[in-house]
Design a protein around this ligand. Structure first.
Ligand code: ADQ
Length: 462
C-alpha cells in the first residue's frame, strides 16, 4: 500500500488507544490494528459501547498517539436488536454450529439492517477517495454493500473472525441468500482457516450458482468478482513475549506456583461463552478424577472466565451451569487442605495471564467451535523453552489446523479429555520440548503483524 493511502478500520467496538503501551492494554488484534492505523494515519470507526435514549448520529472523534477513533452511541433498541439480538443470538450461535441456540426473529433482523445502514450513513462522509476500508466481523457483514449503495468506489475488505458454518446449517438462516450476496460487494473476504473458506465457497457455488475458482478464491456473480482467502490470525509475538520481563507477570507466576505447591497447575482462560466448551471441559476433568482419584494430589485446575454478553439469556444459563459443575467436582473431591478446581469469574491483565500461563504446566483450550483461538497461541508463547508445558487443544478450534503438535482432543468426549490430561501430566520433558519447538515456530512466525500486512497487501492489489 502506498504511504499516502489512508486506512479506515470499521468494527463493532473500537479500542481507544491508551497514550503509552497501547497494544499491551488491548491485546493482539487491537494493538496490531492500531499499529497499522498509526503507519497510515487512518481512522477507526465503530460503536462507543455507550447506550443512549435516542441515536443522535453524532460522531465523537479523538486522536491519541497518532490514531484517530470515531465513535457513535447506539440507542437501547439498537443494542437490543442489532447487538444482543441478531449478532449475538442469531449469527454467533449459528456460525458456531449451535442451531439449538440460534433465534430467528424478524425484528432483530431488521434492527441489524438498520444499524448497518446507519453505520454506512455516518461513515460515508469520513471516507476520502484514496482510502482503503477494512470491515471486521459478523456484526457488520452488509456494511460494504451499504457503502457501495452510497457511491463508495474504494477498495473495501472484510474479515470474519468466527467460523463460517457448513451450507446445510447456514441455510437455516432466513434470508441467508440476501446476507451472502451483500458480501460479494467486498473486494476481498478473509476467513480464519481453509475449512471455513471452503464452506463459504461451497455455499456460493451451490446456493448462489456463482462461478468459483478454488485455487484463486475468486467468486464471480452478476459480473462482479470478489476474492476470498484464508488469513489465520496470530498474536503480537514481540509484545506478548516482552511481558515476561514485567513485575506483574513475575508476581502472577510466583503467586500461582506458591499456591499450588507440588501440584501441577492446569489452566483454562476463556470468555464465559458456550462456544468455549467449558461445561464439557469440567465433565472431562470430573471423569479424570473419577478414573484417578489418587491424582487429586497431583493436579489443580484453574479456570479464568470473565462474564461476557450478560444480557443474553444463553450466557446467563452457562454461568449457572458452570458454577454447579465446579461445585460438584469440588464437593466430591476436596480435602481439608486442597480444592481441585478453582473457578475465577473475572478478567486479568495480559501481564498476569502471561505469568499464569508460564506457571501452568498444562494449558486446556477446548472450544466446541472457535474461529481461531488466541489463548492457545498465547499459552505457547509464554512457556519456558527448557521446561515447556503441554497444550491440550480442541480439534474444532481454527488454531488446530496450524497447531497439530498439541495434544488434540474431541472436546465433546469426557473420556478423550480425561485421557489427554493423563497424557499431559505424564509427558517426559523431551517430548514436551519437541512439541513446543514445533508449536512455537508457528506462533512466532504467523503473528498478527504479518496477518495485518498480508491482508492489506492483498486488498491493496485488488
Ligand atoms: P474470542 O472469542 O474472544 O475472539 P480468543 O481468540 O481466545 O477468543 O481471544 C481472546 C482474547 O481475550 C485473548 O487475547 C485472551 O488472552 C483474552 N482473554 C480471554 N480471557 C481472558 C481473561 N479472563 N482475562 C483477560 N483476558 C482474557 C474472537 C474469535 C476467535 C478469534 C479472535 C481473533 O471468537 O476465534 O481467535 O476473535 O480473531
Amino acid at each position: 500500500m502506498s504511504e499516502d493511502t489512508r486506512l479506515v478500520v470499521v468494527s463493532n467496538r473500537v479500542a481507544v488507544p491508551k497514550a503509552r503501551g497501547a497494544a499491551g492494554a488491548q491485546g493482539g488484534l487491537a494493538g496490531a490494528l492500531n499499529a497499522a492505523l498509526k503507519d497510515r494515519s487512518g481512522v477507526w470507526f465503530g460503536w462507543s459501547g455507550e447506550e443512549v435514549e435516542e441515536n443522535s448520529g453524532e460522531i465523537s472523534t479523538q486522536t491519541t498517539d497518532g490514531v484517530t477513533t470515531a465513535t457513535i452511541d447506539l440507542s437501547k433498541r439498537d443494542v437490543d436488536e442489532y447487538y444482543n439480538g441478531y449478532a449475538n443470538s442469531t449469527l454467533w450461535p449459528l456460525f458456531h454450529y449451535r442451531l439449538d441456540l440460534a433465534e430467528y426473529e424478524r425484528e432483530t433482523g431488521k434492527g441489524y439492517e438498520r444499524v448497518n445502514e446507519s453505520f454506512a450513513e455516518t461513515l460515508r462522509p469520513l471516507i476520502e477517495d484514496e482510502d482503503i476500508v477494512w470491515v471486521h466481523d459478523y456484526h457488520l457483514i452488509p456494511l460494504g454493500e451499504r457503502l457501495r449503495s452510497r457511491g463508495v468506489k474504494n477498495r473495501i475488505g472484510f474479515f470474519l473472525h468466527i467460523p463460517w458454518p457448513p451450507t446445510r446449517l447456514f441455510v437455516s438462516l432466513p434470508y441467508h441468500e440476501r446476507l451472502v450476496r451483500t458480501m460479494l460487494h467486498y473486494d476481498l473476504l478473509g476467513f480464519q482457516t481453509q475449512e471455513w473458506l471452503d464452506s463459504f465457497l461451497h455455499y456460493c457455488r451451490t446456493e448462489l450458482g456463482a462461478e468459483v475458482d478454488d485455487a484463486s478464491g475468486s467468486v464471480t456473480l452478476d459480473g462482479r468478482t470478489t476474492i476470498a482467502r484464508a488469513y489465520p490470525i496470530g498474536i503480537d509475538w514481540d509484545h506478548f513475549t516482552s511481558l515476561r520481563d514485567t513485575g506483574e507477570a513475575r508476581q502472577a507466576e510466583q503467586r500461582l506456583l506458591s499456591s499450588t505447591r507440588r501440584r501441577t497447575a492446569m489452566i483454562g482462560v476463556d470468555r464465559l461463552d458456550y462456544s468455549k466448551g467449558l461445561p464439557e471441559r469440567l465433565d472431562g476433568i470430573g471423569r479424570f478424577f473419577d478414573r484417578n482419584p489418587e491424582r487429586v494430589r497431583d493436579l489443580v485446575f484453574i479456570q479464568v472466565a470473565p462474564p461476557s454478553r450478560e444480557d443474553v439469556e444463553s450466557y446467563q444459563k452457562i454461568r449457572t451451569l458452570l458454577e454447579q459443575k465446579a461445585g460438584q467436582i469440588n464437593g466430591a473431591r476436596s480435602e481439608v487442605d486442597l480444592v481441585p478446581v478453582r473457578y475465577v469469574n473475572r478478567g486479568y491483565s495480559h501481564e498476569q495471564l502471561y505469568g499464569f500461563f508460564r506457571a501452568a504446566k498444562i494449558g486446556l483450550v477446548t472450544p466446541l467451535r472457535d474461529g481461531m483461538n488466541l489463548v492457545a497461541k498465547e499459552y505457547i508463547a509464554a512457556q519456558d523453552p527448557e521446561d515447556p508445558g503441554v497444550l491440550i487443544l480442541s480439534r474444532f478450534a481454527g488454531a488446530a489446523a496450524q497447531m497439530q503438535e498439541a495434544v488434540l482432543v474431541n472436546p465433546h468426549s469426557p473420556d478423550d479429555l480425561s485421557h489427554a490430561i493423563a497424557t499431559a501430566l505424564d509427558m517426559p520433558v523431551e517430548e514436551r520440548r519437541r512439541r513446543y519447538e514445533a508449536l512455537v515456530s508457528t506462533v512466532r512466525d504467523d503473528n498478527v503483524k504479518d496477518w495485518t500486512s498480508n491482508f492489506l497487501r492483498d486488498l491493496d492489489t485488488r
